[in-house]
Design a protein around this ligand. Structure first.
Ligand code: NAI
Length: 246
């Protein structure tokens, strides 16, 4: 019960890594708001966990919309009275080589993976400042740290996450708020299923642990950074990538 009584918003919580995090956080006693653009998957997941006796709600939201995010945060505050943890996990890919990438592909990824994180952190930070405590965990990527072919837009957004994480850690530390990031390696979710098998085999071969990540590998890192065990850690980017590059 490492998160007993804590209220957590997990964006992109309906699938993949976010879904694994929702499960882990509920197992550890948190009350979870699954904040996701996919209504059917989100509602189904929340129902499944509610039926098992957990306290979980689904909130449909597009994190790229500042208004939608602000309304969600107000509602969560109203319902639960506080927000202890924000997991900024929602993300998309629109891959193309630099010379072929359209402006739409570039903007779509920036709107969700960069501005979406800003919208959620800004709205939730206001609540956490009032409370005098909180934990914000952002999701970067190996692509943002080392670059990745075909991911100009994605790498730009994920590198920006590192800068924002460190900036917010500096701004919010004195308010009792820890801000950290997790940088996952290639992890088995629908996001990665879109990638050619040849590339995935290559990624596996250059990973020290010789396997791709499981959603639980990343969820466990979120859990550590959301729990009291990481109270003296802020501004850190935790690489959870099986040692793909060092
Ligand atoms: P996924 O595609 O399985 O899940 C992403 C979730 O985000 C989905 O439930 C989706 O509906 C939601 N989402 C997408 N756009 C949204 C929006 N505008 N508003 C609200 N929710 C939205 O992806 P996965 O793999 O679980 O990714 C989770 C995070 O981990 C992302 O930030 C991703 O960039 C990051 N990541 C994933 C890696 C991987 O290999 N799977 C590697 C490095 C980082």
């Amino acid at each position: 019960m490492r998160l007993k009584g804590k209220v957590a918003i997990i964006t992109g919580g309906a699938n993949g890594i976010g879904k694994a995090a929702t499960k882990r956080f509920l197992e550890e006693g948190a009350k979870v708001v699954v904040a996701d653009i996919q209504k059917e998957a989100g509602e189904q997941l929340a129902k499944q966990f509610r039926d098992q006796g957990h306290e979980v709600m689904f909130y449909p939201v597009n994190v790229a919309s500042k208004d939608e995010v602000e309304t969600m945060v107000e509602k969560v505050k109203e319902i639960f009275g506080k927000i202890d943890i924000l997991i900024n996990n929602a993300g998309i890919t629109r891959d193309a080589m630099l010379v072929k990438m359209t402006e739409e592909q570039f903007n779509d990824v920036i709107d969700v993976n960069l501005k979406g994180v800003f919208h959620c952190a800004q709205a939730v930070a206001k609540v956490m400042i009032e409370q005098g405590n909180g934990k914000i965990i952002n999701t970067s990527s190996v692509s943002g740290i080392y670059g990745n072919i075909g991911q100009t837009n994605y790498a730009a957004a994920k590198a920006a996450i590192v800068g924002m994480t460190k900036t917010w850690a500096k701004e919010l530390g004195k308010k009792g708020i820890n801000v950290n990031a997790v940088a996952p390696g290639f992890t088995k979710t629908t996001m990665v299923e879109k990638m050619p098998e040849k590339i995935l085999n290559y990624m596996e071969s250059i990973t020290s642990l010789k396997r791709l990540g499981e959603p639980d590998d990343i969820a466990n890192a979120y859990l550590f950074l959301a729990s009291d065990e990481s109270n003296y850690i802020t501004g850190h980017v935790l690489h959870v990538d099986g040692g793909i590059m060092m």
